[in-house]
Design a protein around this ligand. Structure first.
Ligand code: FES
Length: 345
């Protein structure tokens, strides 16, 4: 039987599953609380139990607090399992969608070329719990160079990968900024980041059972799609996921084997690669044309569809226009483009 967890100090209630720790229930519902060891040792996840029965794995504890007792006891969210409905008080809890933005110094773990101009950069966040950064799948970060210049990049890894972040950075030799970034990442050991940013993100627990997802990426927009898909697959998400990756030429799909691997391992994943300049992609036998046209061709209707898309404003709005003609409504499309390039009506 599931139980209710009432978080008194913020006036919210969530449902816990049998055998789930308080931390796991909160996390599953998108609430974030500070954790460290997850083993009952560091006590960073301490919460106050006001009412209800719990059992704590470590340090071992079994408590039953009746409302009439009017007392509160400290328990550890990472090792404490409610055995009944409980009422708790949790300081410093972040509600879904409410993450702080932090400046952190990351180690540059590696930088490798994925094709003629795209680099995969792996960063490692600081280890200490107090510096741990949290982000949602689909968010982005800013890289900050020592001279203060900064540039935004989608986080290409899923939050489940913990301290390990991945970025896909296109090098544009004509741009001083781009040269400075690549040069810094290739020659230095650390880089400052501001994380996490953006409100185009997805949390698996907020998706309705009937929802079909379309993830549409152009070029390095694939980084954002990768983060979201890896988050979904890490959480055994079983709704249909239709991934579209559009690029000028085949070579621009710098991690083409990855969606093919998802496709072969998960029956709910569908993948379409679309090349817009087949005349410059010798040997390309796949789909050709523009991404919006391919999506429109594949979907008779957009009932229960949510679209996450990353690419240029022109591509995103062309896709929105095309889908709207088939009854899709704008609120169900999610893109960072809406924040920096409002639609011209
Ligand atoms: S995270 Fe260390 S005691 Fe819970």
């Amino acid at each position: 039987m599931s139980h209710l967890i009432e978080i008194e100090n913020i006036g919210r209630q969530i449902k816990g599953r049998p055998g789930e720790t308080l931390f796991d229930s909160l996390n599953r519902h998108g609430y974030k609380l500070r954790v460290g060891c997850k083993n009952g040792v560091c006590e960073i996840c301490e919460v106050s139990l006001l009412q209800g029965e719990i059992v704590q794995r470590y340090p071992v504890k079994h408590l039953t607090l009746d409302q009439s007792l009017n007392v509160e006891e400290s328990v550890l969210a990472c090792t404490c399992q409610p055995l009944s409905d409980v009422r708790v008080k949790i300081e410093g809890l972040k509600c879904p969608g409410e993450l702080s933005v932090k400046k952190l110094l990351c180690d540059i773990a590696s930088i490798e070329k994925l094709n003629s101009d795209v680099f995969r950069v792996r960063l490692t966040l600081p280890a200490t719990a107090s510096l741990a950064a949290e982000y949602y799948a689909g968010q982005y970060l800013d890289l900050i160079l020592p001279d203060g210049k900064q540039a935004s990049f989608s986080i290409g890894s899923a939050p489940e990968q913990g301290r390990n972040l991945e970025l896909h950075i296109r090098h544009m030799p004509d741009s001083d900024m781009s040269n400075s970034i690549i040069n810094h990442l290739q020659t230095e050991k650390t880089v400052e980041v501001e994380i996490a940013k953006g409100d185009c993100y997805l949390q698996v627990q907020n998706i309705k059972p009937e929802t079909r997802l379309i993830m549409a990426a152009a070029s390095t927009g694939f980084a954002q799609v990768k983060s979201v898909v890896e988050h979904l697959l890490a959480n055994q998400f079983s709704n249909p996921i239709h991934i579209y990756w559009g690029a000028r030429v085949e070579e621009d799909m710098y991690l083409h084997n990855l969606p093919l691997q998802w496709l072969s391992e998960h029956t709910n994943v569908h993948f379409e690669a679309v090349v817009s300049e087949p005349e410059n992609s010798l040997g390309w036998k796949g789909r050709t044309g523009l991404l919006p046209a391919a999506i429109i061709e594949d979907f008779d209707n957009f009932d229960d569809v949510e679209i996450f898309t990353s690419g240029s404003p022109a591509m995103v709005y062309a896709l929105l226009d095309a889908c709207e003609e088939k009854g899709f409504s704008e609120e169900r499309m999610h893109s960072d483009v809406f924040a920096y390039a409002p639609r011209n009506k």
